[in-house]
Design a protein around this ligand. Sequence first.
Ligand code: HEC
Length: 142
Amino acid sequence: MAVLLFAFLAFSCENEEKKTEETAQKKVEYDMYKPSEMANFMNAMYIYNQQIRDQIIAGEIPKSMPLDLMTLHSAEMSDGKGRTPVWDSFVNVFIESQKTIADTLSNVELKQRYNDAITNCLNCHKTECVGPIPKIKKLLIQ
Ligand code: HEC
């Protein structure tokens, strides 16, 4: 039971191909799936950045960051996952870059600051959680 649950919870970070193969077997377990606190926070960051993206494209200046990025240090992660040295090496760099998007005094162009933050999402995801990478890439402004 515990093994099955772990297998499913690790699922959201797996790559898309694997997902399709395994979907059939996973169906039964789906009912038990409850996103971790961290997964919920990640999804909130995703939605926030989608809104920022729309604003930047529309030529607007994003308002200050509504999410408490310190949640990244405290949120519980899915079973079997913890903060690795790789996580630790990326998390603060990401937090800083996400904050600078709302820094009206910055000399760096807004679009650049935004894309830098999204690149930092991707840098951590490359090793820590590959599944959402295609989705996160869509946030980049070309
Ligand atoms: C320091 C590493 C790190 C950074 C930075 C990071 N993520 Fe994540 N992300 C993770 C890990 C690890 C998980 C898996 C969390 C879990 O399952 O508990 C995850 C999960 C996710 C998920 C899947 C949530 C779900 O429903 O399972 C999405 C979407 C996501 N991140 C988007 C983002 C976006 C967008 C950013 C940047 C704004 C970002 N992440 C920044 C490590 C990171």
